[in-house]
Design a protein around this ligand. Sequence first.
Ligand SMILES: *[C@@H]1O[C@H](CO)[C@@H](O)[C@H](O)[C@H]1NC(C)=O
Ligand SMILES: *[C@@H]1O[C@H](CO)[C@@H](O)[C@H](O)[C@H]1NC(C)=O
Length: 426
Amino acid sequence: MKFCTALLLAGFSPKSAISFSYRALPAGTVNLSSSVERDVYNMAEWAAGYGVQQAEGVQLTSYDGQDYFPMTQTYIPAGSPVMYVPADLTFTSSKSLREFGNSLSMCENQLIQANLQDKVPLFRIFFKVVAEYEKGLDSPWYPWLNSLPRIFNTGASMTYACFDCLPPYAAYLALSERQNFVNFQKAIRNGPFSEEILKNVTVLKWAYNVALTRSTDIGGGERVIAPLADMFNHGSETEIKISFDGNGDCYAYATVDVPAGSPLRVSYGDPTDPTPLFASYGFLDESSPGTFCKLMNMRSEMEALGYTYANLLFYRETGGISSEVYDVVLYHVLLNSDDAGAADGFYRAVVSGDEGTKSQYHDQYWPYTKQELQKHVDGTLRDLERWSAKANSYDLNTHPRVPLILQHNAFVKETFLRVKMNLDAM
Ligand SMILES: *[C@@H]1O[C@H](CO)[C@@H](O)[C@H](O)[C@H]1NC(C)=O
Ligand SMILES: *[C@@H]1O[C@H](CO)[C@@H](O)[C@H](O)[C@H]1NC(C)=O
């Protein structure tokens, strides 16, 4: 395949003026009813008409009629181009700012007052999605919008009933997504959209989910959605890397030799623990090697030692425990003992990287560390039973995210059971 950057179709001019009048939604806005099927194949034709190119053999595929992803029917050697999306078709944070100017900035100020500066690039994408949704059939992006999922399982879509069935870290991340959405909803109230849009939570939540799950952070305060290239699924092993040139054109390349019949996957983020991706994107990456050890009550010890959630891992296959977990638990034990000197000595050994002294402390206090860890693991396993029993008691018709929640909890339980076997044998 040859990529041609000059391939911008004549006649493609996204309309930049948005309507400032308050009126009913135009006929032809995308029907967001959960029973509507995604029109993915018309979108692929539309994309080709606007200059999107794909390597021969790359096809959108679905196993369940809901999740669609590119797959290759032919062998693709490493380094080959797989997809090209011209800049004119992409949504970017900076293009939104240029297009909407003051009316966007006014809304952003509200976000900044809510201390969500770091969400501004995402908000700009959200704003553009809402603007194009409102135009209905008049939007050049209509076929793309109409191809998108109607149902999302992200934290923003979950309810308090869902949060009640999740371990505290997953619940906390999912709830943060929901709170971000609520803040976006408030901020866009000052936007130049019809009342029907601004008051419609279904539309705004859908736009938030679209912006969040289909845009990529490319650094420098810029997020981008490149239609069609937004179809790649996440993998902990990946075949594809996406890059943008100076003109904003999007290129997807194969990073490895890809056999015929393979899905083409990119990375949405750190694959070591599936929970952050679960909360943001609403899927469980079963190939994740581990999970956060759920020591939420030791957050301050974790931060004091300079660790993050991503360091504190239990490994699923082996039941292994990361060394940082032992450090945090021992520090917690020492802080809660009468021996302030020991807590301080251990702290200094950890932050200065004095491995010798550190392991002396670990040897000396091992029975206490082990006991504390066992208490935590056994307690979490009991909690997981309780949370999953609660999830099972919900009606699937009103709580469609129960299966995903159960899947998440089962993943955590399996990991914790292996860790328990190891711990008990130590
Ligand atoms: C919100 O928009 C959706 C999708 O267009 C529509 O089905 C629903 O009836 C609207 N809800 C209200 C309260 O207007
Ligand atoms: C949206 O789609 C649903 C399901 O197909 C249908 O029942 C409903 O009438 C549609 N709404 C509109 C406004 O077309």
